[in-house]
Design a protein around this ligand. Structure first.
Ligand SMILES: [Zn+2]
Length: 1152
């Protein structure tokens, strides 16, 4: 009773404060509009009208504030009834927030929980990769001529009834950068391959060729004349040339995020549509180092029917060969109704070169690579060279080759055989075309003219092969497995790859981590720029008056950025497996594109926030808004720019690139301790000023770090003003330095409260949800307590070193070959531990010789207050053959089971297997790794792809950087010694299960899903708020906040992209359409959904897109395939978007 009256009084008090602030702000607006006191007679009435409008809006907002206060008081009463009392500071902060408080219980529709909660039943004809891994011994016996396989025999008459059909598919594997840069490869090799191709395919009508990398093809297209272009179009029309996959590159499948995988596929397919009018139907991936079902799903969604993969663990290949399951329908683990099935061919042998593609014996197959004829530059390592085919030897040669074809065909279920004919950068010279064509055609002619051999051999494209395969199994051209038991169904993934012995390719999951992080930053900026650009273009169209918004220039920059990002998804780029100078070339491209898309973001934000659009002027030399950070060089860490704060207000525009309303911390560097932060309504925002550290012990005395909590509407631009002045609600951080025998001398901290303590053993930091205990000896996390329910767990952070084996083959860019278990980082005594506490955040920074490690907690009621932020700045440049990892040891009883995501799209259950070497138990982690027991789940979310493992029950481990002095014999020819100072960021999330039943059921299921909170935390980590500041002299311009959406998207629906489609007209500027790409996430409801801070609900997959928009309208929305290649008939109401769980869909959208 007494408490409730207190709250009422408090509520009324705050109401008064709010009303008073409104008046203050009105006064303030008046001044900011007319700083010189000038009033134009003509404008007087308009100003008055504006003021009335403004007042009306404020009144409406005021009503909302009162409603919020009422809600908060009700909430508080509820909490009091529960016997819990909020700490006092939360009351004063919480109620002043002008945004609706997050619901205590997340509104999740019960139907939305069924997808993840269903019981697992395996398809009768299904092969589950987790079972295969359990089954295999992973031994490595000598298989004879097929070293990693077995002897293959056949009977002479097996083909009497149905002839063997052989498709020899000429291909050239063109890496867009590896030992040379993209441009150098193009100049030295690729352009000659393509030029010769046009000539030679025209000369020899039976010859064929496939091409997959559009990055190269489009560059070549720019350089050839119309006549040659027409010749290429004819080759495509008559089926001699086929574009396979047609992405910008042949992407890596381990480190890539699905945003970028889709983006490079759209870029390639859009180019094909605009220039050639072809729609690829078959995927071709001979070189990525392991294969992900995410790529299979994306190809399927893009409208492709078939795909080919090659680099799969030799034991898996052998097993699949023995079971004749090398051709299968690849089905997603989570797929309940077989809609994701795509026909997949797995190549059986060691490599995609000619010695390993005609049959099991490389010594023989090499003799049928006619580029290796004696006298040429390449030869056969098996010491038997090819012979040119003559009338004298054709019979013997044909029978020898046919024997290989027949043996290979025994590994498959049909009598249709694929024999790829190519290698890296093949067919560069005219003579090679003649050698391969001439000799093979003689062999084919001989085979085909001898009916007793029962073979029909020919050149073909990859789709020629799949068409014949489908025909022979009774499948139609695009059909899937339904009703056709001829081919099995396989679910799961093909990591971690080993090509021989214990040579596991798990090193590249981490190699060159600096650029893996830079890639993720560019992805986030491109997505932000794409969305803002598309919204700006729609607004400009609606505005319907001329403007000098640089639509064309921005689109050029955007296109270039898409292509640079696309290029980096190549399997020697994001993997960190290129030569040093090639890495610099990629890095420079990423770096320039980050700068360019930032320009797009600021110029678009400027257009959107300016009140009178007619006054918009684009001046690149003096932009109205500027990003608050800059990267000084391609290999340097991001630096914040210092904002000069004086008595005139300084505007900060905050862009929320996520489609959810959120409260997140914004940090700026400012020149003064005395800053007042005001929001758009003129209310004071609580802020924290901290020291900026030049190094572990020296703080800057003229620059400070200002942190405040920004409320951001979904995809909106909100505004804050900074002014100089004493402000009670801007508090200085308090510093504590646990000494523990360390001699600490700190300089530059005169303005802050500081204390030096000899603590007992630990120091605590906390917010309203979490309490962390950190050892004052090691400076590292030891325990995490969830305040809700009072659950406490051991969560111990450590750093560890791996060395490399003393055996002949050592770790390199691709391979991880450690010298046994890791050793604890020797410098376990940190040089410095610094504890920072304040109203907005608290953190502990621990400095080691190689690592600066920060644990941070945000005082946010929202999503970001639920997890611990971890930032590691790593520098191992002085080391020799060492890799550094972060290890987190918990008391969760996870046994040998853990989970890593695949491409940020789905979660793959993993099992640590004692029968495998340590390096085989590392997996790619694109966005998260987690482990769980019956009551809790511990997740490490990441902002960059790295290699991760769980080597012991309860333990998670992630490799952060690797420095290796030697090549690992996979062709790169160098070690990894170009390490940079690298910043890795993570979030650590501990969640309590609400029901233990769920876990029991899940123990055998081949799928698992993050909670909504985990999804959202991961999204916030990867897409931070983007803050921009205005130049000092632009305060007078009337501005408006920009809110394109009325409410947040449903919690489980992610706006993957809103990407303005290129016009088909000459010059390729922007069209009036955009690709709206949506993803409905699968999520697990089995975790506490109290106080998650999520400001959204789930809607059973319904997205009322038009209703979400504030000002814009949907002019048309047409469902399309993922990469826009195919247009689907809209089923039902086109305004009503409906997504199935896990589904990614694209719509052609026109806004007005
Ligand atoms: Zn390659």
């Amino acid at each position: 009773m007494k408490l409730s009256r207190q709250f009422t009084i408090l509520g009324s008090g705050i109401f008064c404060v709010v009303v008073f602030s409104l008046y203050l702000m009105l006064d303030h607006i008046d001044h900011s509009k007319n700083p010189n006191g000038e009033r134009h007679q003509k404008g007087q009435l308009g100003i008055l009208q504006d003021k009335i409008d403004h007042l009306e809006r404020l009144l409406a907002e005021n009503n909302e504030i009162i409603a919020n206060i009422r809600d908060s008081v009700i909430n508080l009463r509820e909490t009091v009834k529960d016997g819990k009392v909020f700490p006092e500071r939360n009351i004063s902060q919480g109620i002043l927030e002008l945004h609706p408080p997050a619901p205590l219980l997340l509104p999740i529709h019960s139907e939305d929980c069924q997808f993840a909660a269903r019981t697992y039943s395996r398809a009768a004809d299904g092969v589950q990769m987790l079972d295969v891994h359990d089954l295999l011994n992973f031994d490595n016996p000598d298989g004879g001529v097929w070293k990693q396989g077995f002897d293959i025999s056949y009977q002479e008459h097996e083909w009497d009834n149905e002839s063997l059909q052989v498709f020899v598919v000429p291909h050239s594997h063109n890496d867009p950068g590896w030992l040379k840069t993209f441009d150098d490869y193009y100049k030295d090799q690729t352009q000659h391959i393509l030029n010769n191709m046009v000539v030679k395919l025209h000369e020899n009508i039976q010859m064929k060729m496939i091409w997959s990398e559009i990055s190269y093809f489009s560059k070549w297209w720019e350089n050839i004349d119309e006549q040659k272009r027409d010749a290429v179009k004819r080759l495509i029309e008559n089926g001699q040339l086929e574009v396979a996959t047609g992405g910008w590159v042949m992407p890596d499948e381990a480190n890539t995020h699905y945003f970028a995988l889709i983006d490079q596929l759209v870029e390639g397919h859009q180019w094909l549509e605009n220039n050639l009018g072809v729609k690829p139907k078959t995927g071709w991936a001979v070189d990525p180092f392991g294969h992900s079902p995410t790529q299979a799903y994306l190809l399927k969604q893009a409208g492709m029917s078939n795909m080919l993969i090659q680099r799969v663990h030799y034991s898996v290949k052998k097993h699949f060969a023995s079971q004749k399951t090398l051709e299968f329908f690849w089905r997603q683990n989570w797929d309940q109704d077989a809609t994701s099935d795509i026909l997949c061919h797995m190549m059986p042998f060691y490599s995609y070169d000619v010695p390993h593609t005609c049959g099991p014996d490389p010594k023989i197959c090499c003799q049928f690579d006619f580029k290796r004829l004696p006298g040429g530059r390449v030869s056969c390592p098996w010491r038997i060279p090819p012979q040119a085919i003559t009338d004298n030897n054709v019979q013997e040669r044909a029978l020898t080759l046919l024997d290989q074809y027949r043996k290979k065909s025994k590994l498959y279920r049909t009598k249709v055989l694929l024999a790829p004919l190519g290698d890296d950068f093949r067919y560069t010279e005219a003579v090679e075309w003649d050698q391969q064509y001439g000799n093979y055609q003689k062999l084919f002619d001989y085979m085909n003219s001898h009916p007793e051999l029962h073979v029909k051999a020919q050149f073909g494209t990859i789709s020629d092969y799949f068409d014949a395969l489908r025909k022979s199994t009774g499948l139609d051209a695009t059909g899937t497995s339904v009703g056709t038991p001829a081919l099995p169904v396989v679910s799961g993934d093909f990591f971690t790859y080993a090509d021989r012995d214990d040579h596991y390719w798990s090193g590249y999951f981490t190699s060159r981590p600096f650029y893996k992080h830079l890639d993720r930053m560019l992805e986030s900026y491109i997505r932000a720029a794409e969305i803002l650009y598309s919204l700006t273009m729609a607004n400009i169209q609606k505005y319907d008056k001329p403007t000098n918004y640089p639509a064309g220039d921005n689109y050029k920059l955007l296109t270039e950025a898409r292509r640079n990002l696309g290029l980096f998804q190549h399997h020697d780029a994001i993997t960190g497996t290129g030569k040093d100078w090639v890495v610099v070339d990629y890095g420079t491209r990423l770096f320039h594109s980050i700068m360019n898309v930032k320009r797009i973001i600021v110029s678009s934000a400027h257009w959107l926030v300016i009140k009178d659009k007619q006054t918009y002027s684009h001046d690149p030399s003096n932009p109205f808004l500027q990003m608050d950070d800059a990267q000084p060089a391609q290999d340097a860490l991001l630096r914040k720019t210092v904002l000069e704060i004086h008595d005139r207000p300084r505007l900060v525009v905050v862009y929320n690139p996520t489609e959810q309303a959120r409260t997140s911390m914004v940090t700026l560097h400012v020149n003064t301790l005395h800053v007042r932060v005001l929001d758009a309504l003129g209310l004071v925002v609580p802020a924290q000023v901290s020291a900026l550290w030049n190094d572990a012990t020296n703080a800057a005395t003229d620059v400070f770090q200002l942190s405040f909590l920004a409320h951001a509407t979904p995809l909106g631009l909100s505004m804050y003003q900074l002014t100089e002045g004493m402000e009670m609600r801007t508090e200085a951080s308090k510093y504590t330095f646990p000494q523990e025998g360390r001699d600490i001398a700190v300089s530059g901290l005169e303005h802050f409260r500081q204390s030096y303590h000899q603590y007992a053993s630990s120091v605590q930091i906390e917010n309203s949800q979490l309490e962390l205990s950190i050892s004052t000896v090691t400076g590292l996390l030891e325990r995490v307590k969830l305040k809700e329910g009072g659950v406490e767990h051991q969560v111990k952070v450590e750093f560890v070193w791996y060395g490399t084996t003393s055996k002949k083959d050592k770790s390199g860019a691709y391979l991880f070959l450690p010298d046994g278990d890791a050793t604890i980082y020797s410098s376990s005594q940190p040089t410095m531990i610094r504890v920072t506490k304040g109203p907005v955040f608290s953190e502990v920074t621990t400095t080691f010789p190689h690592i600066t490690h920060t644990l941070r907690l945000y005082n946010i009621q929202g999503v970001e207050g639920q997890s611990v932020e971890i930032c590691n700045t790593v520098d191992i440049r002085g080391e020799t053959n060492r890799e550094i990892a972060m290890r987190i040891t918990s008391d969760l009883n996870s046994k040998d089971r853990f989970f890593t995501d695949l491409n940020g799209y789905q979660v793959q259950p993993r099992k640590t297997m004692a029968k495998l070497p340590l390096q085989a138990n590392f997996f790619p982690m694109t966005s998260m790794v987690y482990l769980e027991d019956s009551s809790s789940r511990l997740s490490l979310l990441t902002a960059q792809s790295l290699g991760a493992a769980s080597l012991k029950s309860g333990q998670l481990e992630v490799i952060m950087d690797r420095r290796l002095n030697q090549d690992d014999n996979r062709g790169l020819g160098q070690g990894v010694l170009d390490n940079k100072i690298t910043a890795n960021s993570f979030r650590l999330l501990l969640e309590k299960r609400s029901s233990e039943e769920e876990t029991k059921k899940e123990e055998t299921a081949p799928y698992s899903y993050p909670s909504l909170l985990s999804h959202m935390s991961s999204m916030y980590l990867n897409h931070p708020l983007i803050s921009m500041s205005s130049s000092l002299d632009s305060v007078d311009v009337p501005l408006t906040v920009y809110n394109p959406l009325r409410t947040s998207f449903p919690c489980d629906v992610h706006l993957v992209n809103l990407r303005t489609i290129q016009s088909k007209e000459e010059g390729g500027g922007p069209s009036d359409q955009a690709a709206l790409i949506l993803h409905r996430k699968g999520f697990d409801c089995g975790f506490s959904n109290q106080n998650t801070g999520l400001l959204c609900a789930t809607t059973r997959g319904k997205v009322p897109f038009e209703k979400l928009l504030t000002d814009l309208k949907v002019k048309s929305i047409i469902p399309a395939s993922l990469s826009l290649m195919h247009t689907h008939n809209s089923e039902g109401d086109p305004q009503e978007i409906h997504l199935k769980p896990m589904e990614i869909r694209t719509y052609r959208l026109q806004l007005s």
